[in-house]
Design a binder for this molecule. Structure first.
Ligand SMILES: *[C@@H]1O[C@H](CO)[C@@H](O)[C@H](O)[C@H]1NC(C)=O
Ligand SMILES: *[C@@H]1O[C@H](CO)[C@@H](O)[C@H](O)[C@H]1NC(C)=O
Length: 472
């Protein structure tokens, strides 16, 4: 049939545009560590990169003061006190070659006890491999030398581990046991390949076995420790399947930091991150992770791992963050919508009242409770497609109850100022139908509609709606 042929070739533009593809509801489900929500807290790297936390101040006394703010200003809504690079001895391990803390900076077991006493969590940062300087030490509980499990340097003062050597697993196990005995809650494993290739060091092309070994080692300790992997991870198969079966979160792209003191970041870096999230969620849909049948790891259906969009900048004012208040609200909306880890990169000791109000907003935190299981996916206004657009729409859910979340955004540069645009997504575009009452999470007002949502947004502004079935 001629018409069918033309349609298949995409030549009948009207017919193609009119038929939005059906919505595949994507869930995260339970991650490998057995949790059902992404972690929330703070990571030190933003302030380290911005030099607000100087090398001399990167120690327990200062970081304790910073993380006290998680329990104070942030009311325990954000619990992770995440130490990034620099907490450990950088060029050798302990007597068995295990990663050890730099005791001129931190006593990790003591700091963990302190944080746990405030109902907070402690995170640490590691990179792959055993130390080149430890080659003559033996792996705990064995007669095997570190040199036996090691190949060439990986460019990080460490070796490329021999994943096929049986005692490589024992070295990783010995580290995981030690972290568990210290009370560690969260491990960021950086420089994982394939993905993190163009970084100036000398990583082997495929470190995915290292992620599998760390997951197994953590499970063997019996302590729940979240495994977050970084930084620009390959989203193709089979790697995405390995990440989601072994890691609780995976970074979607390179660092968001500007690496200058002020500001921490800028809108273009936020948009680069969001563009990478769009590719990540589209890959998850293309890999059919919405279907139980394709589930790789533990638990029920779903992707099985959270995206990590790097740290978010919401707390500090525009001078420090490089973002207007509208843009900071947009960051918060998108990090929540993505089911991303909600880790702040801000300087917690310079809170801005507007930033605190955003971060402690009860309705925003409730929305994050919903998106913990339902990451948003793009549904383009006018077509229901999944491309990146300067004015775009996203949907998270619906849940079996019918509830869903919609994000509408105008990504034009807010500083350029002027670009107010109307962003409209019909329920057909979004892939849902029916009559819903939609609550504007930050605008604090509701609208009941069976056609869709439409809003006028300045550049850099976004709005998040939480929609439930209308009573009549
Ligand atoms: C290991 O021991 C050998 C033999 O004693 C020595 O030559 C080598 O430098 C040592 N390597 C390290 C990293 O200590
Ligand atoms: C932003 O906060 C910093 C630190 O508190 C302060 O020095 C600066 O004046 C503030 N900028 C504005 C525009 O309020």
């Amino acid at each position: 049939m001629l018409l069918l042929t033309l349609t298949n070739l995409g030549l009948v533009a009207g017919a193609v545009a009119a038929a939005a593809t059906s919505l595949k509801v994507v869930t995260i489900g339970t991650t490998p560590d057995g949790t059902t929500a992404p972690i929330r807290g703070w990571n030190s790297w933003g302030t380290q990169a911005g030099k607000y936390l100087s090398d001399a101040d990167y120690n327990e006394g200062h970081v304790r003061g910073i993380c006290d703010r998680l329990a104070g200003d942030l009311r325990g809504n954000y619990r992770l006190c995440g130490l990034d690079s620099g907490w450990s001895v950088g060029d050798h391990g302990d007597d068995h070659g295990r990663i050890s803390y730099d005791d001129s900076r931190f006593d990790i077991p003591r700091f963990a006890r302190y944080l746990h006493g405030k109902k907070l969590l402690i995170g640490i940062y590691i990179v792959p491999g055993a130390f080149l300087n430890d080659f003559n030490k033996t792996i705990e509980g064995t007669n095997t030398k570190i040199s036996d499990i090691c190949g060439a340097t990986n460019g990080l003062a460490r070796c490329r581990l021999k994943y096929d050597h049986p005692d490589t697993e024992k070295w990783i196990d010995s580290n995981a046991r030690q972290f568990a005995s210290w009370g560690v809650d969260y491990i960021k494993l950086d420089f994982i390949t394939p993905g993190s290739n163009d970084n100036g060091v000398d990583l082997p092309p495929d470190e995915s076995p290292e992620v599998q070994l760390w997951h197994r080692a953590i499970a063997k300790t019996g302590r729940r420790m979240t495994l977050a992997i970084s930084w620009k991870l390959d989203r193709s198969k089979p790697y995405f399947d390995i990440w989601r079966a072994n890691a609780d979160s995976m970074r979607v792209d390179q660092d968001i930091q500007s690496y200058s003191r002020t500001p921490f970041t800028d809108w273009s870096r936020v948009l680069r991150t969001l563009g990478n999230y769009l590719e990540w969620i589209n890959a998850a849909v293309a890999h059919e992770y919405y279907s139980d049948h394709h589930r790789a790891g533990s638990g029920g259906g779903g992707i099985g791992t959270h995206p990590n969009l790097d740290t978010m900048y919401v707390l500090n004012n525009g001078t420090l963050s490089g973002l207007s208040l509208d843009q900071r609200r947009s960051v918060f909306i998108h990090w929540i919508g993505s089911s991303a880890e909600l880790n702040l990169g801000d300087d917690l000791e310079q809170p801005d009242p507007d930033g605190l109000a955003l971060l402690n907003d009860h309705d925003a935190l409730a929305a994050a409770g919903f998106t913990a299981n339902y990451p948003m996916q793009p549904r383009n206004p006018g077509s229901g497609g999944n491309a990146w657009l300067a004015q775009n729409a996203w949907i998270a859910g619906p849940a079996p109850s019918g509830e869903f979340i919609v994000v509408l955004a105008n990504y034009d540069d807010g500083d350029a100022g002027t670009q107010t645009k109307t962003v409209s997504a019909s329920f057909a575009d979004l892939g849902v139908s029916g009559k819903y009452t939609c609550f504007d999470v930050f605008g604090k007002k509701s609208v009941t509609t069976q056609s869709g949502l439409s809003v006028s947004l300045k550049g850099g502004q976004s709005v998040m709606y939480r929609c439930t079935r209308a009573k009549h």
